[in-house]
Design a binder for this molecule. Structure first.
Ligand SMILES: CC(C)(COP(=O)(O)OP(=O)(O)OC[C@H]1O[C@@H](n2cnc3c(N)ncnc32)[C@H](O)[C@@H]1OP(=O)(O)O)[C@@H](O)C(=O)NCCC(=O)NCCS
Length: 181
């Protein structure tokens, strides 16, 4: 994918995150925390917290992907355990965040799409995403990638002094009813 900026074309690369990406990931995450209801966290997280999260995900064999161009980290995506109970082992929950100045440039679409083959390789059956009901950009993005709305929870979150609804969307990674050993 190409990004025309300053008269130069810069290739956007998608790759697995490394510890060197933690500051870029942290800056994007804390901007979202401060300015939106996309994440139900009130206070900024620390670099140590993001490093622990990254290494924890990767240590469990889950992907953390970053999109990058000449301007730095543009966004990140990941999935992990949806519910630790054994019966949920074929289901994962994902997340995606794009740097504020790069939104609407299909970075988010690329970051989620790149998770699908990674999930398939791990034998995942269903991928789930929880999206704030007011986050129309994320809802439209997910629906355009084949996610369907599966649940709407009312007033389960609270931030900025008000109640928040969450819509859970799901997408089959293989096919509905696909078998497992
Ligand atoms: C939501 C988010 C991940 C989307 O990523 P993005 O790179 O901005 O989105 P894309 O450019 O890939 O858009 C893909 C589709 O989403 C929809 N979309 C994106 N931005 C939109 C907007 N502002 N309004 C309406 N629809 C929008 C469109 O359907 C778009 O398809 P199109 O490109 O064919 O028009 C990104 O905006 C973001 O990080 N926002 C803040 C954090 C957040 O909300 N994270 C998700 C938590 S669930």
């Amino acid at each position: 994918m190409y990004d025309r900026a300053g008269g130069k074309e810069r290739v956007m690369e998608l790759r697995d995150a490394t510890e060197a990406d933690v500051p870029g990931i942290l800056a994007i995450f804390n901007e979202v925390i401060a300015n939106s209801t996309a994440v139900y966290i009130d206070d900024p997280v620390t670099e140590e917290e993001r490093r622990h999260w990254l290494l924890g995900r990767q240590g469990q064999g889950f992907p953390v992907l970053v999109a990058e161009d000449g301007s730095g980290i543009l966004g990140f995506s990941s999935f992990g355990t949806y519910n630790p109970r054994f019966g949920y082992r074929y289901t994962v929950e994902h997340s995606v965040f794009v740097r504020a100045d790069k939104r609407g440039a299909r970075v988010g679409r690329a970051l989620i799409t790149a998770l699908f083959p990674r999930a398939a390789a791990l034998g995942v059956h269903v991928m789930i995403g929880g999206v704030d009901a007011e986050n129309s950009a994320s809802l439209r993005l997910h629906e355009s990638l084949g996610f369907i709305r599966a649940a709407h929870f009312h007033e389960v979150g609270r931030k900025f002094g008000r109640w928040l609804d969450v819509i859970y969307l799901q997408r089959w990674i293989d096919a509905p009813g696909a078998g497992r050993p």
